[in-house]
Design a protein around this ligand. Structure first.
Ligand SMILES: [Fe+2]
Ligand SMILES: [Fe+2]
Length: 144
């Protein structure tokens, strides 16, 4: 079973774009909330409601990043979106199992998300952040 803090935000996670960082923090907070609920033995309905919020936040966030990348014709868009799509698929499958009352699926979701966020923020989002910041040095606005 998972232990300690899987979703501790640190500045090392920052991609130096305030809106994106705020969305990442919100996803980390929901991950932590789900982790704590699991450890506390929360009932399935309580877990499901956190999972719904988590999925919704992640989806809104992915769409936001995808809009920004499209707006600047980011060359790494397809590669980045492919990572989002893989996570969407995996998380939806786990959420479906949680809805069906599978008691280990919530733990699997936490482990998957914690690993995925670390890898994705550390590489793909960081590269996207660097490109967007560079764009904003020469352009005053960005359709977001
Ligand atoms: Fe991303
Ligand atoms: Fe992100």
């Amino acid at each position: 079973m998972v232990c300690m803090s899987l979703f501790k935000w640190t500045n090392a996670h920052s991609v130096y774009l305030p809106e994106i960082d705020a969305e990442h923090r919100a996803i980390y907070r929901l991950g932590d909330e789900l982790h704590k609920a699991l450890l506390a033995g929360a009932n399935p309905a309580a877990l499901q409601s956190i999972v719904v919020n988590l999925l919704e936040s992640a989806e809104q966030h992915f769409r936001h990043e995808e809009r920004l990348m499209r707006a600047i014709h980011y060359t790494g868009f397809a590669w980045h979106k492919h990572q989002h799509d893989a996570a969407r698929k995996r998380v939806k499958a786990l959420a479906k199992r949680i809805d069906a009352g599978d008691s280990v699926a919530a733990g699997e979701l936490l482990k998957f998300l914690s690993d995925w966020l670390r890898d994705h923020l550390g590489v793909a989002d960081r590269m996207m952040g660097a490109r967007l910041r560079n764009y904003l040095r020469f352009n005053t606005s960005l359709a977001s």
